[in-house]
Design a protein around this ligand. Structure first.
Ligand SMILES: Cc1cc2nc3c(=O)[nH]c(=O)nc-3n(C[C@H](O)[C@H](O)[C@H](O)COP(=O)(O)OP(=O)(O)OC[C@H]3O[C@@H](n4cnc5c(N)ncnc54)[C@H](O)[C@@H]3O)c2cc1C
Length: 458
């Protein structure tokens, strides 16, 4: 078997296959094939001058169990750290406004925090309250996140609250993003309660104590990758870019860029979908008709002496409103949200840059990206001088866009591919969830299917 791609999805798939083999005493050759010179894909932690800096993802959701379960299986539970709680803000008109309390993905569950909010105009608030009176949508299979929320709560609410909150996860155009693939729970809530506000009330019981939702590892997420790489006994190829797959008598010849080949009976692809599409170029149905290219984003970590930084509005960071003419789309006061990352007497702020339709900043030099981010940051945080050092990371075409119809398309391509390429599976951020727990779940699932098909049912 072959697993193509050594990000968290591919490594999880390999680890799961190994576990199943250990449990059943079945043996089969598995090779992990990674194009770059390191494993982990988007996950990359940098240790520098006592700081733990995440260049990509910084944590995972605890509610989805797969990441926590993997951490436990790998014996890393004692390294787990949960985030500090704190207020989060939305940047609008160069000012920070608190996100209304008791809201679920931006949808208010109580009226008072919405009515008191400085984020919306009086008209915007009145329009949001209409949600309580307008009838539910007639049954539908899918529609865009933007249309769905704007139809119920109004445009202002989408631009100034919902869009900024979702942009950290999808960095996309909400009017193309599939509701069913990204936030299906809202379809159900609206159908059941006839209103998003009433639906949010059911999901967020009043006076429920706020608890930490995210976790990471003390030495950064790369320690999860390192532990996986240590635990996996299969051959793991680096600098091995797959360019083509050829069918040969029910098996597959995997061709690498350097001309070398491997033979496999089953394959799990864990690459960004565009890359898989190039490799399986004889499968035109893999191209989604209304596909949108992945969005490119960047992170800018800035390390300061604590005395240089005064956070005026106490909290853990902010996201920028959709229309804010700011280079940064979000910022985390990492030393406050994740104190273990920062030596005492220091401060660490991580900004995000780049969003759909505004990715040109990533073509600028590091110096310009840092200067622009710092200038924007200084609007809302008192910063004296320049960072002691900064780390810019460009993650090109890194945020997959689940466009309207995504779920239906995925079902179709899985069926057709299963017919054309038996024992070949697609898993990872391009398909069924972008978060780390989603990727781990997909890696596990593909491994189980392949194992059952090739070893149990054979
Ligand atoms: C800036 C940013 C911040 C994020 N923050 C969070 C967060 O805080 N929490 C969270 O849960 N999620 C977060 N995410 C999402 C999450 O990090 C990703 O969805 C996840 O890491 C993707 O894992 P993957 O294994 O599916 O893909 P990747 O990590 O993209 O791995 C794919 C691998 O395939 C390799 N590859 C590509 N082409 C070939 C080829 N032809 N042959 C062989 N190998 C190839 C690549 O080199 C790569 O190593 C974030 C994403 C980004 C971009």
């Amino acid at each position: 078997m072959a697993i193509i791609g050594g990000g968290i999805t591919g490594l999880s798939a390999a680890f799961r296959l190994q576990k199943m083999m250990d449990e059943t005493k079945e043996e089969v050759d598995v090779t992990i094939i990674e194009a770059s010179n390191r494993f982990g894909g988007k996950i990359e932690t940098l240790q520098r001058e006592g700081f733990t800096i995440e260049r990509g993802p910084d944590s995972f959701l605890k509610r989805k169990r797969e990441a926590l379960d993997l951490v436990e299986e790998l014996g890393l539970s004692d390294q787990l750290v949960s985030n500090n709680l704190g207020k989060a803000y939305i940047l609008k008109n160069r000012e920070l406004h608190p996100i209304p309390e008791y809201s679920f993905m931006g949808v208010p569950s109580l009226l008072k925090p919405l009515l008191d909010s400085s984020l919306l105009s009086e008209d915007g608030k009145a329009r949001a309250l209409n949600d309580l009176f307008i009838p539910p949508y007639p049954p539908f299979d899918d529609m865009s996140v933007g249309d769905f929320f704007a139809g119920r709560l109004g445009q202002e609410m989408v631009d100034d609250i919902i869009n900024p909150l979702l942009s950290g996860i999808y960095a996309g155009d909400l009017y193309k993003l599939s509701l069913r693939a990204t936030l299906p729970q809202f379809i159900e809530l609206e159908k059941r309660t006839g209103s998003l506000i009433l639906g949010a009330k059911q999901v967020l019981p009043k006076n429920k104590k706020k608890t930490s939702q995210f976790a990471t590892l003390k030495n950064g997420l790369s320690s999860l990758v390192d532990r996986l790489v240590d635990a996996i006994r299969f051959p793991m190829l680096k600098n091995a870019c797959v360019t083509r797959i050829e069918k040969m008598n029910g098996r597959y010849k995997i061709v690498l860029k350097n001309g070398e080949t491997l033979v496999a009976d089953g394959i799990v692809f864990t690459l960004p979908h565009e890359k898989t599409q190039d490799i399986l170029s004889d499968c035109p149905y893999l191209k989604q008709p209304n596909a949108e290219p992945c969005t490119s984003v960047g992170t800018v970590a800035m390390a300061f002496d604590a005395a240089q930084v005064t956070i005026q509005k106490e909290g853990t960071g902010f996201v920028a409103s959709n229309k804010e003419p700011s280079a940064i789309t979000a910022a985390t006061y990492t030393h406050l949200k994740w104190p273990h990352t920062t030596p005492s007497g220091k401060a660490l702020i991580r900004c995000y840059v780049g969003k759909k339709g505004d990715e040109a900043i990533l073509d600028e030099s590091d110096e310009i990206i840092i200067q622009n981010s710092l200038d924007n940051l200084k609007d809302v945080v008192d910063i004296d001088g320049n960072p002691e050092f900064s780390v810019v990371t460009r993650l090109r075409e890194s945020m997959p866009q689940y466009v309207v119809g995504h779920t239906q398309w995925l079902k179709q391509i899985e069926e057709t591919l299963g017919h054309d390429y038996p024992h070949v599976y697609l898993a990872g951020a391009s398909y069924d969830g972008v978060g780390l727990p989603d990727c781990i779940r997909q890696g596990n699932k593909a491994a189980k299917r392949l194992f059952n098909e090739l070893l149990v049912d054979a």
